[in-house]
Ligand binder design. Structure first.
Ligand code: PLP
Length: 227
């Protein structure tokens, strides 16, 4: 691994560009989300200085502790929520984030719509699909995806940008990426948020429009002991 986060960022960008070329994707069609969860401002600032503008966090409260100041210093930063959203955190989430990747139930879809209207904000929205049907994992099951996407659009009046998945830890990710792409295609959705540090190149080859890369940029995380 390169010495600094900025050098690792450069390397990831090169790998994404190379994979776009090799797999016939249009240059620049993949958006890199730098996942900064568990890292504090001093670790994030060099990555901003290296030109990265799109970041991901998985907890609303943690993001509230560091991003308002970072966003004020660099106003064109775009912040993506990639972790589960509790409905009692929706107001804060809509105020701070520019995109939410984890819309996965009616209540969240409704409250996000209400909050966006109340705050006059227009976030980019992705629906999380639990492609592995894992009981402990968030996301709507693949069987219910088409109906939920339709409800989001028709009943809740949401503009949906695309779909997101986190493949099961112990399985090959490729079939999950393929399933996500298939559900998106039959529902006329362009966005595919898939691929992390270990498999983002494969995801790019399978059509990802957004890859979420954390440890390959920021280094290994010390997970906090909370559940
Ligand atoms: C932490 C996280 C990532 C980044 O994972 P890495 O393996 O560190 O790249 C991507 N997506 C989600 C939803 C995450 O929670």
């Amino acid at each position: 691994m390169a010495e600094t986060a900025a050098a690792r960022l450069d390397h990831i960008r090169d790998q994404i560009a190379a994979t776009e070329r090799e797999t016939g994707r249009e240059q620049g069609s993949v958006t890199l989300i730098a996942v900064s969860k568990t890292f504090d401002a001093p670790d994030i600032e060099p990555v901003i200085a290296a030109g990265q503008r799109i970041f991901g966090e998985n907890r609303v409260q943690e993001a509230q502790g560091k991003w308002p100041a970072l966003k004020e210093a660099t106003p064109d930063i775009e912040l993506h929520l990639i972790g589960p959203l509790q409905s009692n955190k929706t107001r804060e989430a809509v105020a701070l984030f520019d995109a939410i990747h984890t819309i996965d139930r009616d209540k969240i879809a409704r409250t996000v719509k209400t909050e966006m209207e109340a705050q006059g904000r227009d976030l980019k929205l992705f629906i999380q699909i639990n492609t592995g049907n894992e009981p402990q994992k968030a996301g709507i099951s693949p069987d219910e995806a088409d109906a939920f996407i339709a409800r989001c659009r028709d009943e809740f009046g949401l503009k949906i940008s695309g779909l997101m998945c986190i493949p099961p830890l112990n399985e090959a990710p490729s079939p999950h990426f393929a399933l996500l792409a298939k559900i998106a295609e039959r529902n006329g959705l362009e966005g595919l948020s898939m691929g992390m540090s270990g498999d983002f190149e494969m995801a790019v080859g399978q059509g990802a429009t957004h890859v979420r890369v954390g440890s390959a940029i920021f280094g290994t995380r010390d997970y906090p002991a909370k559940g």
